[in-house]
Design a protein around this ligand. Structure first.
Ligand code: ATP
Ligand code: MG
Length: 261
């Protein structure tokens, strides 16, 4: 797919060269966690307690699988990280910033540090692949002359240069997810979140998507993926954080989907 050649960095848009920000091992210069949950409890308006006293530290460059039964709280963790929800108790820190204490005008800039994809792709059905990705840059006011080269670059990263002028209904599920990944990469995120990204894909296509996430991680981007895909998790032996009923019940590196031993 040619991903190794062209990291999804857009130094033009971030204003900083990628290399100065990420060390060769992917750790930030001062060794600070990229994201941190400190004693986080989340209750929804219904009274449902979705997370209870959750502590989680993810250093820059990590690849983390978030697993657990349906309703365990995986998507709630993700909603807190993208500041779609605020913690009821405790703190959520992204790159050292307490998300609850951001000023309103700071939110978009912090939010662009995160790329996110979902099970259902969420593409604009009447825009081409190219325009779906370009739109993400247009709405953030990226200068016009920077948009086309940035879009071309991420489409090459995800292997969709040949499908740039097709509409989502003319793509396979895997291609639609790769379009969503390209759109999520175009802001040069530090953190890439995938909430059940292979949930609508068959096994071989799921593996292609996972390979793409691994190569994104190799570019220095921290990856957090919520999944029920036991085969993928167990095969890759990455860090596994398991939630059950809103609590972290396991946090192991080199782990399988299910507890072993
Ligand atoms: N907006 C909401 N209002 C009330 N309760 C909610 C809301 N969103 C989620 N919940 C509840 O919080 C709990 C955790 O939900 P969450 O979506 O985080 O689970 P999940 O681990 O992502 O599950 P799945 O694997 O099915 O996606 C569930 O009991 C769910 O019903
Ligand atoms: Mg979920």
């Amino acid at each position: 797919m040619g991903v190794s050649a062209a990291p999804a960095s857009t130094p033009e848009s971030s204003g900083r060269p990628t290399a100065a920000r990420r060390g060769p091992t992917g750790s930030s210069a001062d060794g600070r966690a990229l994201l941190e949950l400190q004693a986080v409890t989340k209750s929804y308006a219904t009274g449902k307690v979705a997370l209870r006293d959750v502590d989680l530290v993810v250093p820059e460059g990590d690849f983390v699988f978030l697993v657990g039964p349906s309703g365990a709280g995986k998507s709630t963790v993700i909603r807190l990280l993208i500041r779609e929800e605020l913690a009821t108790k405790g703190k959520v820190l992204l790159d050292g910033r307490d998300l609850a204490r951001l000023k309103r005008r700071e939110v978009p800039r912090i939010r662009r540090k995160i790329g996110i994809v979902f099970q259902d792709f969420k593409l604009l059905q009447t825009k081409t692949v190219r325009d779906n990705v370009a739109f993400a840059l247009e709405v953030t006011g990226t200068p016009r002359r920077q948009i086309a080269p940035a879009v071309d670059r991420v489409l090459r990263v995800v292997g969709l240069a040949g499908q740039a002028d097709q509409l989502p209904p003319e793509l396979s599920g895997g291609e639609q997810q790769r379009t969503a990944i390209a759109r999520a990469l175009v802001h040069d995120p530090r953190l890439f979140i995938a909430d059940e990204p292979t949930g609508n894909l068959d096994p071989s296509i799921s593996w292609e998507i996972i390979q793409l996430l691994l190569s994104i991680n190799e570019m220095g981007v921290t990856v957090l993926m919520a999944t029920h895909n036991a085969e993928v998790v167990t095969a890759l032996r990455k860090r596994v954080v398991a939630l059950e009923d809103g609590r972290i019940v396991r946090d192991e590196t080199g782990a399988a989907y299910h507890r072993e031993g």
